[in-house]
Design a protein around this ligand. Structure first.
Ligand SMILES: Cc1cc2nc3c(=O)[nH]c(=O)nc-3n(C[C@H](O)[C@H](O)[C@H](O)COP(=O)(O)OP(=O)(O)OC[C@H]3O[C@@H](n4cnc5c(N)ncnc54)[C@H](O)[C@@H]3O)c2cc1C
Length: 294
């Protein structure tokens, strides 16, 4: 049986993942699926489940390295507007679909005078991707204001989880369900101008300290308790180290930047090199913050 019979219009074949990741790296996805409704998504998930076809869910690909050989399965992207809806309820609640761009959500909240998400300013991802890893930084994390999440498991069962059942830690959550469909945020009413100033402050800090306009995936490694991974890499003398077309950023040592001609394997080799050097020098094990699909 054809896995996607009657669903051909939402399926593309052998789509280069380099077109869909911030690293601009990665081989082809066997199937690239963009459902146009939640029921269509459910149908895709059910068929893949019944036929043991793995699904990888993609946001903006800004925290992701895909192997050069590509993805032998389905890459699913919630790009259709039906997954990008933003709704305001009552005085301080906002709900957003998983495919919503963080910058769009942040802009809408600022206009409405709702504070709480300024900490994600400048993070180039979707609501789904950000909730999945509790994205954030020195000004806070998205989990601080997440009140509930709408989920679907790999068999297609849809359900919701609310605080205190959901837990957000440093770049992690206890959400085990495969698909995040949306989230509800508990915001605080504030002056739109003040919110705008805060967004600018967070954004400027990122702009001044990170190589935001290059091909990268944000911080590669998680910080170690009180020590930043960037400081460890810097102290190990690794800034500027290059393997093939991948190099450690001179601006921020926890960023790997891809140049023309880079491969995913170059990035993986550089990651291994950094880990070994930090282990040898400080007896510490660096844990990946980025996701690797290989
Ligand atoms: C220049 C730059 C700066 C960055 N700065 C920061 C920062 O300050 N703080 C920070 O935390 N991160 C930062 N990042 C990393 C990244 O932007 C965030 O982690 C972002 O939240 C990833 O979202 P995404 O939609 O692109 O997810 P992707 O990269 O597409 O996916 C990441 C993971 O989330 C999963 N995922 C995506 N959508 C869903 C969904 N709907 N349901 C379930 N799982 C899903 C994917 O399967 C994958 O495992 C930065 C990245 C760049 C390139």
């Amino acid at each position: 049986m054809d896995l996607f019979a009657d669903l051909e219009k939402i399926v593309k074949h052998n789509v280069s993942m380099a077109e869909h990741t911030w690293f601009r790296l990665g081989g082809p996805a066997k199937y690239f699926v963009e459902p146009t409704s939640e029921d269509e998504l459910l149908e895709v998930v059910r068929r893949c489940h019944e036929n043991n076809v793995p699904i990888y869910i993609l946001g903006r690909g800004s925290n992701l390295l895909v192997a050069d050989k590509g993805v032998d399965g389905v890459v699913l992207r919630l790009s259709n507007p039906c997954f990008n809806l933003i709704e305001f309820h009552g005085e301080n609640t906002v709900r957003a679909g998983a495919g919503t761009d963080l910058s769009v959500l942040l802009g809408e909240c600022a206009r409405k005078g709702l504070s709480g998400l300024e900490c994600v300013a400048g993070i180039p991802g979707t609501v789904g991707g950000a909730v999945k890893i509790n994205a954030g930084g020195r000004f806070g994390d998205i989990g601080n204001v997440a009140q509930s999440v709408k989920l679907m498991d790999s068999s297609g069962y849809r359900f919701e989880r609310t605080r205190p059942d959901i837990f957000f830690g440093y770049r992690m959550t206890n959400i085990m369900a495969k698909f995040i469909l949306g989230a509800e945020f508990n915001m605080t009413p504030d002056d739109p101008e003040q919110i705008g100033r805060m967004i600018k402050e967070v954004w400027m800090l990122k702009k001044n300290t990170q190589p935001m306009n290059s091909r990268n995936a944000g911080c590669v490694f998680k910080n170690q308790r009180a020590i930043s991974a960037g400081a460890l890499i810097d102290k190990a003398g690794l800034k500027g180290t290059k393997i093939g077309g991948a190099s450690i950023s001179e601006r921020h040592a926890n960023f790997i930047v891809a140049q023309d001609g880079a491969t995913s394997q170059d990035v993986l080799d550089l990651i291994e090199h950094v880990r070994r050097a930090v282990r040898d020098r400080f007896d510490m094990e660096l844990e990946l913050e980025i996701e690797v699909w290989q």
